[in-house]
Design a protein around this ligand. Structure first.
Ligand SMILES: [Zn+2]
Length: 339
């Protein structure tokens, strides 16, 4: 009941909250009016109202303030707060004590670390900084993506804004939907591109934007340990389920030649498509070239690593037990392919 009342009063004052919108049931978002939110990006809105126990709570991911809706309202509009308190009181709820509840608001300067801060952090929200009930967080959780990887992922509210990374895409990006953003970095940790995954079933599942034309887009390249086995998969999301993994984004494993990574350290993990002629040709070629390759056992029906994880397979173990090279790989491959 209190949640209902909180939401009613939030609606009454919502026209005063910039970029206010409902995100989903009991979650609302706006630019933070307490700290002023990002000074560099006017589209950033990092204030969230969300259900906490039986009340609505406010949290800003820019200034880190966290307070009950009652206190938020009191700080913003004392007249409306009086009405709210009266209504809440008549309902029999505890009225928050009026005295000494006004929080001390900190009007800190926005926390940008000047030029060395990643461009992408200025433009987008990192998934690990968003509330548990946020659409993109729910998407990642539903796909069993490990929480420890959320800090590598970003969220964009409107895909059109991605052209700020490279104006060349201005006319080719038509939609305005929100997406999950997976950033690619080069060996020096510089952003080389992003791929944006659909969250709401759009036909165009991935939209890729290059920031640098000269470097091959390989996901995870910046954080790979070259002294350990490096797993090379097709999809960036799939790579999140493995340790020390990179993704070529598709089947263009030829890019690996440009990375300077030592061939003997690489384990090439194609999707599980023994009936796909093109894929079989590529695996054959990789074996010829001396790569370690993974041939999924017939007990696995799923097509990619994410599906396998969601079906309950121990993917790391499967990979360890089904990696082959040279002559063994050739023989295993003949028995494996179905085309
Ligand atoms: Zn704030």
């Amino acid at each position: 009941m209190s949640l209902f009342l909180d939401q009613k009063y939030l609606m009454l004052m919502s026209n005063r909250l910039p970029l206010f919108k409902k995100k989903n049931d009991h979650t609302y978002n706006c630019r933070c009016v307490l700290c002023g939110d990002s000074q560099k990006n006017r589209r950033k809105a990092r204030g969230y109202f969300f259900a906490y126990k039986t009340d609505l709570r406010y949290k800003c991911y820019n200034c880190d303030i966290s307070l009950s809706f009652a206190n938020f309202l009191k700080a913003q509009d004392s007249n409306l707060y009086s009405e709210y308190a009266l209504e809440k009181y008549s309902e029999g709820h505890n009225v928050p004590k009026l005295a000494n509840v006004v929080p001390e608001f900190k009007f800190d300067e926005p926390k940008f670390k000047s030029s060395d801060e990643k461009l992408i952090d200025k433009l987008l929200d990192r998934v690990d900084t968003l509330p548990e009930t946020h659409e993109v967080v729910l998407f990642c959780k539903n796909r069993d993506i490990p929480k420890s990887k959320f800090k590598q992922l970003y969220y964009i509210d409107n895909i059109k804004d991605i052209v700020q990374l490279n104006g060349k895409y201005k006319d080719s990006i038509k939609g305005e939907e929100p997406r999950l953003v997976l950033p690619f970095y080069d060996n020096n940790g510089q952003l080389s591109g992003v791929t944006c995954r659909a969250l709401r079933g759009e036909t165009l599942r991935y939209i890729t934007v290059k920031v640098k034309d000269s470097v091959p887009l390989i996901f995870g390249l910046d954080s790979v340990d070259q002294n350990k086995p490096i797993y090379v998969v097709e999809g960036p999301i799939d790579s999140l389920f493995l340790d020390n993994a990179i993704a070529v984004g598709g089947t263009s494993f030829g890019k690996l030649d440009q990375t300077g990574l030592e061939k003997s350290k690489l384990v090439v993990v194609f999707d599980n498509q023994p009936r796909n002629k093109e894929v079989c040709k590529l695996i054959d070629k990789n074996i010829e070239q001396g790569y370690n390759v993974v041939l999924w056992p017939q007990t696995v029906a799923e097509k990619d690593i994410n599906e396998m994880v969601m079906a309950g397979h121990n993917v790391k173990k499967l990979i360890k037990e089904n990696t082959y090279n040279g002559l063994t790989a050739k023989m295993k491959f003949i028995g494996w392919k179905r085309c």
